[in-house]
Write a protein that binds this ligand. Structure first.
Ligand code: CA
Length: 223
């Protein structure tokens, strides 16, 4: 899952970013409204955390621009304490939820998980694929009741596929959503990673669709 953090306060941005990375997300940053506007149009994010008070272009304008141009990624708005008007304006501009500053990081993470899963049509924090469970709160996978020992990258791969289960996800899309910005995006590297994950969860879950990509399925539901 790739998340854009839009926050001009460097300390707050780094703090959120560190927690997100620990929770299994890939993180990009924008430090003013113009940079946010540009990245929101050029990159495909799974969610955006958007501060409203930004230099160059304010957050509400950025959000309205995205929505007016059909950008539908879920947006978590950061608002100032006590300003109910700002919270209402954020939601009306196309925000999916908000967190009031100063916030607890656990609340940011919980609301972020919720808007991402709702954007994928998922209601619960645990995603079930037959005997495989993905606990998005703890960033871990459980198979037949036993926790799997996955690397952060393997978890990110599984999580992205689980949020898109039943759809063949193209290789390029997968790489954009699971690798850090400067990582080597080589399809062969991805295939090796998929192979490693298959060995850990069993070969029946991830299907290769030639020319289309990888698809996560429940092997027990296959007829
Ligand atoms: Ca700010």
């Amino acid at each position: 899952m790739r998340v854009l953090i839009v926050e001009d306060n460097e300390a707050i941005a780094r703090d959120i970013g560190a927690h997100l990375e620990q929770a299994g997300y890939v993180v990009d940053y924008a430090h003013d409204g113009e940079e946010a506007d540009f990245k929101g149009f050029t990159e495909d994010y799974d969610a955006v955390i958007l501060d409203l008070g930004l230099p160059k272009l304010d957050g509400l304008t950025v959000l309205r621009n995205w929505r007016a141009q059909g950008r539908t990624f879920p947006v978590l708005v950061l608002t100032a304490r006590g300003s109910w008007q700002e919270r209402v304006a954020g939601i009306d501009a196309g925000g999916d939820d908000y967190v009031v500053k100063p916030f607890e990081m656990e609340e940011v993470l919980a609301r972020l998980r919720a808007i991402i899963r709702r954007s994928r049509g998922l209601a619960a924090p645990i995603i079930r694929i037959g005997p495989l469970e993905l606990d998005t709160r703890a960033a871990r996978a459980i198979l037949g009741g036993k926790a799997l020992d996955l690397t952060p990258l393997e978890y990110r791969l599984l999580s992205y596929l689980a949020h898109h289960q039943g759809r063949a996800v193209p290789r390029m899309e997968l790489m954009e959503h699971i690798y850090e910005g400067d990582a080597d995006r080589n399809p062969n590297t991805l295939d090796v990673l998929v192979g490693r994950l298959r060995r850990k969860i069993g070969s029946g879950f991830i299907h290769t669709r030639r020319g289309h990509g990888y698809m996560l399925v429940n092997p027990e539901a296959e007829g």
